[in-house]
Write a protein that binds this ligand. Structure first.
Ligand code: G3H
Ligand code: 13P
Ligand code: ZN
Length: 311
C-alpha cells in the first residue's frame, strides 16, 4: 500500500458520518503506538508532522518511520504537514513526499490568506498533493504559534464560500471554540463549542470536508497520572468526548489530536519513574508510553471518531 492522500478518506468519512483522526508524530514510539492502534481498529489514518516536529526529528527520519509503518501495517496512511505557515515549508514537504499539507494563513488578512493559500494549492495540485486551509483563529499554544484568547476569532461563515472558491483548497479548518494545548477552558467554565457556526458552514459548503484542530479531550486519567507523580497541571481541561462525537458525525472529516498523546506519554513515564526510581533503560519507560498511546488512539478511533472497521 503506497501513501495515500486524504481525498477518498474524506469523501467516505463525509458520507459515512465519521471522522479520520489526524495524530501528530514526533518519534518512533508515537508512530508505532498510533499505527498499531489503527491496525487493530482497521481504520485509515492521518499522521501529521508540525514544523517543530521536523526541526526535532528531521523530515527524513519521520518520513522513513511513516513508510515503515505502512510496510508493517498495510494501512492507508496520509502524511500531512500540520500548520505550515509559509509557501516554502509547504513546498519542502510536497517535494519531500508528503501527500497533504496545511497552509495556515489564519494570521493574515482575508485577502493575503487567499493569495498564499492559492499559491500553495497550485503547487500542490500539480503534484497530486491535497491542501488544507484555515479561516478563523484558534487560541492556544504550540511550539511555533501562540495565540492569546483575545486574538482568537471564530470563523465567519460569510467568508467560507469565497475562500474555498478562490483558493481551491481540498478541506478547511475552522474555529468554533476549540484551542490548542491542554488548557482549553478556564477552571469552572462550561466547555462550549459553536455548533451553530459549524452547521451554517455545512449548509454553505455541502459535501465539503471540514477540519477541527485543538480537539484533544485532555483525558483526566493521564492528567491525574501527571499530577500524582510530581507534575503540576491542575487546571488542564479539554473538549468533552460527546462534543467530538457530534462533530465527527457532521461535515467534520478530520479531527486533530496531539496534546492527548503528549499527556499519555508523559503521565505514563512519570508514573513509571515514581514506581521504578532506579531504572534507566529507555526501553523500559518508552515501551509503556507507546502502549498507552496505542490504547488512547484505539479508544478515540472506536468510541469517538467512529472510523473502526471501515476498510
Ligand atoms: O497544533 C499543533 C500541534 O500540537 C503541534 O505542536 O508545533 O509543538 O509540534 P508543535
Ligand atoms: P490539541 O492540542 O488539542 O491536541 O490539537 C492538536 C492540533 O490541532 C494539531 O494541529
Ligand atoms: Zn492545529
Amino acid at each position: 500500500m503506497p501513501l495515500v492522500t486524504t481525498k477518498e478518506m474524506f469523501q467516505k468519512a463525509y458520507e459515512g458520518g465519521y471522522a479520520i483522526g489526524a495524530f501528530n508524530v514526533n518519534n518512533m514510539e508515537i508512530v508505532q503506538g498510533i499505527t498499531e492502534a489503527a491496525k487493530e481498529e482497521n481504520s485509515p489514518l492521518i499522521l501529521q508532522v508540525s514544523a517543530g516536529a521536523r526541526k526535532y526529528a528531521k523530515h527524513v527520519y519521520l518520513m522513513k518511520l511513516i513508510e515503515a509503518a505502512i510496510e508493517d501495517t498495510d494501512l492507508p496512511i496520509a502524511v500531512h504537514l500540520d500548520h505550515g505557515d509559509t509557501f516554502e515549508i509547504c513546498k519542502s514537504c510536497i517535494d519531500g513526499g508528503f501527500t497533504s499539507v496545511m497552509i495556515d494563513g489564519s494570521h493574515l488578512s482575508f485577502e493575503e490568506n487567499i493569495e498564499l493559500t492559492r499559491r500553495v494549492v497550485d503547487y500542490a495540485h500539480e503534484r497530486g498533493v491535497v491542501v488544507e486551509g484555515e479561516l478563523g483563529r484558534l487560541a492556544g499554544v504550540e511550539d511555533d504559534v501562540n495565540v492569546s484568547d483575545e486574538d482568537a476569532q471564530y470563523t465567519d461563515p460569510s467568508q467560507v464560500q469565497e475562500f474555498v472558491e478562490k483558493t481551491g483548497v481540498d478541506s478547511l479548518a475552522i474555529a468554533i471554540g476549540t484551542s490548542h494545548g491542554a488548557y482549553k477552558f478556564k477552571p469552572g467554565q462550561t466547555p462550549r463549542l459553536r455548533f451553530d457556526i459549524l452547521e451554517e458552514i455545512e449548509k454553505l459548503l455541502p459535501g465539503f470536508p471540514i477540519v477541527l484542530h485543538g480537539a484533544s479531550s485532555v483525558i483526566p486519567e493521564f492528567v491525574q497520572m501527571i499530577n500524582e507523580n510530581g507534575g503540576a497541571m491542575p487546571d488542564a481541561i479539554g473538549i468533552p468526548e460527546d462534543m467530538l462525537r457530534k462533530a465527527a458525525k457532521s461535515a467534520v472529516c478530520k479531527i486533530n489530536i496531539d496534546s492527548d498523546l503528549r499527556l499519555a506519554m508523559t503521565g505514563t513515564i512519570r508514573q513509571y519513574f515514581a514506581q521504578n526510581p532506579s531504572h534507566f533503560d529507555p526501553r523500559q519507560y518508552l515501551g509503556p508510553a507507546r502502549t498507552a498511546i496505542k490504547g488512547l488512539v484505539q479508544n478515540k478511533i472506536r468510541n469517538v471518531l467512529g472510523s473502526s472497521n471501515i476498510l
